[in-house]
Design a protein around this ligand. Structure first.
Ligand code: AMP
Length: 224
């Protein structure tokens, strides 16, 4: 039987990973996993891990690879093997990508495609300055580009929308620098293994979504 597809979304903060993930998950029947959401749950519940990573998240820095890898592995080992996964925010460094490759061999999964949402630094700053996140389901909205209309999970009426502390302008500039230094090398890594799908994400949400679906369906169809 054909195994379900596993897809990773990479791109800078504000590229639209969370927004596109919420649309792709039902369309491709995938399970969504965001390491950022897992970490925020730990912060909220003040777990030991939450106390360890607080300083990195508050500063807008990446948490150490070993912590991100262990968090991802813990989740993956209990994930449903019959369902494909949409990774949102993992891997974020070449070391994490190597870790995922090794773990996937062990748990008999395969990363089918890595969608790189390519967006300019100026557009990221513009988007993040007006981004708001639901405190309940973590879904992102934008005050003008993607205003709240309905909760995608039918959990609220938009009363829990807040700006994320790490979306403040100085943190955004730091996170962009970290993206270029730590995460952008993944583009070469996945180009080498012919998994990379680069999508121009400077465009409106629905156009980006259509381009991703069209390319992924073509790619996965060819692998069957
Ligand atoms: P996100 O919601 O994806 O923007 O993630 C929020 C924060 O969680 C990031 O700024 C990092 O501090 C941390 N984080 C999320 N995913 C990772 C990862 N794969 N590696 C390291 N840090 C991460």
């Amino acid at each position: 039987m054909q195994k379900p597809p596993n897809i990773a979304l990479i791109g800078p903060y504000g590229a639209g990973k969370g927004t596109q993930a919420a649309k792709l998950v039902p369309k491709l029947n995938l399970v969504h996993i965001s390491t950022g959401d897992l970490f925020r749950e730990h912060l909220k519940n003040q777990t030991e891990l939450g106390r360890l990573i607080q300083k990195y998240i508050d500063a807008g820095e990446l948490v150490p690879d070993a912590v991100a890898d262990a968090t991802m592995e813990e989740w993956l080992r209990i994930s449903d093997p019959c369902k494909g996964i949409l990774f949102d925010g993992f891997p974020r460094t070449p070391r994490q990508a190597e870790f995922l490759d090794e773990l996937f061999v062990e748990i008999e999964r395969r990363l089918d495609a890595v969608v790189y949402l390519k967006v300019s630094d100026e557009e990221v700053v513009r988007r993040l300055s007006d981004r708001v996140i639901c405190q309940t389901c973590h879904h992102p909205f934008h005050k003008s580009l993607n205003p709240f209309a309905a909760c995608p999970y039918n959990q609220c009426q938009g009363e829990h929308l807040r700006q994320r502390e790490d979306d403040a302008p100085d943190k955004v500039r730091l996170r962009l620098k970290i993206f270029h230094q730590e995460t952008e090398p993944l583009v070469g890594y996945y180009q080498a293994s012919e998994k990379l799908i680069a999508i121009d994400a400077d465009r409106p949400i629905d156009q980006v979504q259509a381009a991703i679906v069209q390319t992924i369906v073509g790619r996965i169809g060819r692998q069957k």
